[in-house]
Design a protein around this ligand. Structure first.
Ligand code: C5P
Length: 253
């Protein structure tokens, strides 16, 4: 009898959290360190929101958005150590998708169940050898529930808004801090309260509180955890690594 080959399981590390927790930069650095592929799942929702605007599809038209998601002509051109270039229908939209407006619209389309289903296979296709580091809201709970290593990043709303402000200013996008905090709250509320794939830690995720940590320190803690230094056992409580059991995602009133 010919021997059956064991299927190769490609490893996945998921890093979920609200916006401004640093998950994008952390994931990208981690992917670079490991030499693995990287998927910024939020970029897909952002591109879809932009495509809807381009094709004049209303953000409430679930059927049309589902079709748009299924046939979305988008390419992610990977760069070692930097965020990918994003091409929508032949146009470079790398910077255009990063505005707060597009982020909010992404959160509106992301609340539609049919849209999420339509984007599932596209996200799972990024699972290629030697491995995948991915960030988003439901990577550990829905898209890659079998991932061996799951992390959930937390930060206080004030720190998150400051970080977002800095990122946007670096890109030459000007926003007001108070508006930014309000938008973050609204977006978090929508992301946490939606009926499908809400923003929450997977049961088996390790939480990292990032308020007092640099991006490099967060990556370092993740690497320690990957080496088998489980957060509960090896880190004293003060090192910001805990299980997520009683975690509030950190949305301000
Ligand atoms: O992470 P980012 O801020 O780019 O995501 C934009 C929006 O896309 C989020 O507010 C969220 O509503 C949506 N999103 C999602 N599921 C993901 C990633 C992003 O619903 N896995």
């Amino acid at each position: 009898m010919p021997q059956q080959r064991e299927p190769v399981i490609i490893p996945v590390i998921t890093i979920d959290g609200a916006s401004g927790t640093g998950k994008g930069t952390v994931s990208q650095l981690l992917a670079k360190h490991l030499g693995w592929n990287f998927l910024d799942s939020g970029a897909l929702y952002r591109v879809l929101a932009l495509a809807a605007e381009k094709h004049q599809v209303a953000l409430s038209n679930e059927k049309a958005l589902e079709a748009l998601a299924e046939y979305l002509n988008v390419q992610f051109i990977a760069h070692q150590g930097a965020f990918p270039t994003v091409i929508l229908e032949g146009e470079d939209v790398t910077d255009t998708i990063r505005t707060e407006k597009v982020g909010n619209e992404a959160s509106i389309v992301g609340a539609l169940p049919a849209v999420r289903t339509a984007l599932l296979d596209r996200q799972r296709a990024f699972r290629e050898v030697p491995g995948l580091v991915t960030d988003g809201r439901d990577m550990g709970t829905v898209v890659f529930p079998d991932a061996e290593h799951k992390f959930f990043l937390l930060a206080s709303p004030e720190v998150r808004a400051e970080r977002r402000l800095k990122q946007l200013m670096e890109k030459g996008i000007s926003v007001n801090l108070a508006d930014l905090i309000n938008e973050l709250r609204l977006r978090d509320k929508r992301d946490q309260e939606r009926s499908v794939a809400p923003l929450k830690p997977a049961d088996d995720a390790v939480c990292i509180h990032t308020d007092n940590l640099t991006v490099e320190q967060v990556v370092e803690r993740i690497l320690l955890s990957l080496e088998g230094n489980d957060g509960k056992k090896s880190f004293p409580a003060t090192t910001h690594l805990t299980t997520c059991e009683f975690v509030q995602v950190g949305v301000a009133e």
